[in-house]
Design a protein around this ligand. Sequence first.
Ligand code: PLP
Length: 360
Amino acid sequence: TQVYNFSSGPAMLPADVLRRAQHELCDWQGLGTSVMEISHRGKEFIQVAEEAEKDFRDLLQIPSNYKVLFCHGGGRGQFAGVPLNLLGDKTTADYVDGGYWASSAVKEAHKYCTPNVIDAKVTVDGLRAIKPMSEWQVSEDSAYLHYCPNETIDGIATHETPDFGDKVVVADYSSSILSHPLDISRFGVIYAGAQKNIGPAGLTLVIVREDLLGKAHKACPSILDYTVLNDNDSMFNTPPTFAWYLSGLVFKWLKEQGGVEAMDKTNRAKAELLYGVIDKSDFYRNDVAAANRSRMNVPFQLADSALDKLFLEESFAAGLHALKGHRVVGGMRASIYNAMPLEGVKALTDFMVDFERRHG
Ligand code: PLP
């Protein structure tokens, strides 16, 4: 059976990329060794690193006054990295709480400042929603405003483009980076763990506006210090070379597919198909308001949760893997990142319709 992996992360990678990596695994560029066994400072790897950065910049049209850093530490590393780099002499920052990950960032921020928490979670007509950006009460003395545009667990998203004047906007794009075009100039910092919509776990990308460098707290660990990382071309310590290389292959694949505009189109079609099947039936349900539905992570419940186990067993047997919802939400969740083709979502919705016919 053709397997489609709906894992929220580490997540499915494009089959073409995996095949290419497999092909060159033991003898990369005719060196008789793999890319993960060579020095990160040699000219061969430097070329991989530079090309990956260039392709990433091209894909998101990152302006030249932004630096791209290839880091360790994941999204959670940046929950500390952001305040340590950006607070300067300020003692507060605005944190918009729209779900599980935004609120985890708040917890970490408490170690470094007194966050002004903006609770953006609302219920509209019995559906979960996020307050529109115009209602976010930003404080004057905050060093920055932090939010998470796509909440991986809650399946809730803010699709608006931020417009907060001079306020430095920081966004955790871990689960939606490269899924649609982005106006980078509206942000001070964007960060994303690679393991959902980019490549293997272990790599974290940070996009930081140049003028925000040079302000790190003196206790900031060097490996989280944007200025140190930038001064060393992200090679202050040994970078996750294999993840960097593989992410570079994903960037090339994305360019071949038509870039983030093409991804956006397919991602919208995938989400429409899946939410459409959920909405059409009383057997399945999703409780997120239409305007805030995530196009990357689609949680859904079966009306009869006693059927959950059977649904998971049968879907797995049909090649539809990792559909179990996060433990704090329950039910099901289908993560449909860039690497998930439309056919994968079609296979899932066909299965769902058939399962309902047999058990509804
Ligand atoms: N932020 C978001 C939106 C996430 O989805 C996750 C992981 O699932 C994280 C942060 C945490 O990332 P990491 O496990 O790389 O620290």
